[in-house]
Ligand binder design. Structure first.
Ligand SMILES: [Zn+2]
Length: 509
């Protein structure tokens, strides 16, 4: 199944408990002042309602939307910089609710011999480039759904640096992936199930410990993964609630003696399902797909109150690789922004979606139908009011950071969401999911200033979400020119990294 393969790539992060995070300086307590801006004469699309507010003047101060003034009102603000909003549209910043951030920490902690000892330079240049590429696409919030231990260390540090205004980047939400050993939920376990431990729990007690440790380490949410058996899945979901964590992850594996089943899963729901293919897996279990399955599944989702990050662009891209046997082209100049380490993962032999083993899987001929099914089911869920967020699984092959969130927005438009509903899924819904204590995420007074200024109306054509004039990230204005200049400053670093990787390529036989 595709879900399992995603898991192979993303869930099976290398064990790097001992990896040093020598990169992280001691956390400084200081916070850089965010400053003040006035956006003059702009059309505001708050996105929490269908309202469109023309000719507004928006005052951004100390990281917040301080005032939204009606047409004609004069804003006199000392020391504020002016952004010309004429003919432009101010919308809430986009959030990628499902990605796996490429980090220096992941490279340093990797067991891949080609990556060990790479010179990553100073000053977190690698991480900075990744963060800037997200901002370039208007992504001012990003939820990391699991990485290696050393990568998570890096992200927990980066989150603070970004919040303090020392690194330009989206608001980061760092998730802790909790998974059991696959053998624990195999229908026919071959050999013994490994002993339970909090890093790979098969008991409720170890599941609870895993969640508590995540709380101590400062994670933002929990990602339960599909190889948790029934009692451990339940313990992780329940303890997460007690610890004030939301859960977004994979639905549990079905079909073994200790496994959860469908009814059990819906009776003990996570907060959010990390991709729609999870539900495809549930629908197909035990029988071929029938219309009544879609109906039953959609109703079960409504009753469980789980939201979902459909990830249609992810499925489309994977199916594209299966059918075309190559990585689908990425829009515009975005390939240039994919860092050399990630690009290496996209090419054979590292890209398992292009491998024969991927093609040889049982039921591989159903992959294409999985995308079609995902679209049909997502449409059904949308009609019934199930909440959506925009999640991409970037940087899976073909899915660069940033632009893939825009592509997912277009996918959601194509299954029927109105443009304002797409904006809502891409912003407010994710904000409510990951940051429920920090306002609504709409463009309203008092809200955190994570915003995108568009040069064209996204309500007229959702593709206009790509026409970005600049962003407010954590209350700081970055014009597209500034973002491009900062990205260009990192080009020499990228080339150097590329050269280092080339030099390590084994000589052709
Ligand atoms: Zn993922």
């Amino acid at each position: 199944m595709i879900a399992y393969l995603l898991g192979m790539v993303l869930g099976a992060a290398p064990a790097t408990a001992a990896a040093a995070t020598a990169t992280a300086p001691p956390a400084a307590a200081s916070v850089e002042p965010a400053g003040s801006w006035v956006v003059r004469d702009v059309t505001v699309i708050p996105a929490d309602t269908d309202e469109v507010l023309a000719h507004r003047t928006v005052l951004i101060r100390d990281g917040k939307i301080a005032r939204i003034l009606p047409p004609g009102a004069v804003a006199k603000v000392k020391d504020a910089s002016v952004v010309d909003g004429r003919g432009k549209f101010l919308v809430p910043g986009f959030v990628d609710a499902h990605l796996h951030l490429a980090t220096e920490g992941a490279i340093r902690g990797s067991k891949d011999a080609t990556l060990s000892g790479l010179d990553l330079g100073r000053d977190h240049r690698y991480d900075r480039q990744v963060m800037l590429s997200l901002l370039k696409a208007g992504v001012t919030g990003a939820a990391n759904l699991g990485g290696s231990v050393s990568s998570d260390d890096d992200l927990l540090w980066l989150r603070g640096e970004i919040d303090a205004g020392r690194i330009d980047g989206p608001k980061l939400y760092v998730g802790k992936l909790i998974n059991g050993p696959r053998a624990a939920v195999a229908a026919k376990p071959e050999g013994a199930v490994p002993a339970s431990k909090p890093e790979a729990p098969t008991t409720a007690a170890d599941g609870v410990t895993a969640v508590r440790r995540a709380r101590e380490r400062g994670y933002d949410f929990i990602k339960p993964y599909q190889f948790l058996n029934r009692e451990t899945y339940l313990a992780v979901v329940e303890e997460s609630k007690r610890q004030g964590f939301i859960t977004t992850g994979h639905l549990p594996q079905l079909g073994c003696g200790t496994c959860a089943d469908r009814d059990f899963t819906f009776a003990h729901p996570m907060t959010n399902v990390a991709h729609i293919e999870e539900l495809a897996r549930f629908a197909r279990f035990g029988s071929d797909l029938a219309p009544k399955d879609i109906d039953a599944l959609a109703q079960a989702m409504v009753d469980s109150r789980m939201s979902v990050s459909p990830g249609l662009i992810t499925l489309k891209t994977i199916v594209g690789m299966y059918v075309q046997r190559e990585v689908p082209p990425v829009p515009g100049e975005w390939l240039k922004l994919v860092d050399p380490v990630t690009r290496r993962e996209w090419a054979p032999p590292a890209n398992r979606y292009l491998s024969q083993a991927f093609r040889d899987q049982e039921n591989a001929d159903r992959f294409s139908a999985g995308y079609d099914f995902g679209r049909v089911l997502a449409r059904e869920l949308w009609k019934r009011g199930v909440g959506f967020t925009v999640g991409t699984d970037a940087p899976l092959p073909g899915l660069p950071f940033g632009v893939s969130a825009q592509q997912e927005m277009i996918e959601l438009r194509e299954i029927g969401l109105k443009p304002v509903e797409v904006l809502r899924a891409a912003s407010i819904n994710a904000h409510r999911l990951f940051d429920p204590g920090a306002g609504s995420g709409a463009v309203r007074e008092g809200e955190r200033a994570n915003l995108v200024l568009l040069n064209a109306d996204p309500l007229a054509d959702v593709q206009n979400v790509a026409k970005i004039d600049g962003v407010f990230a954590q209350g700081r204005w970055l014009s597209m020119e500034q973002i491009d200049r900062k990205l260009a400053e990192g080009e020499a670093f990228q080339r150097d990294l590329e050269r280092q990787l080339q030099a390590r390529k084994p000589a052709a036989p």
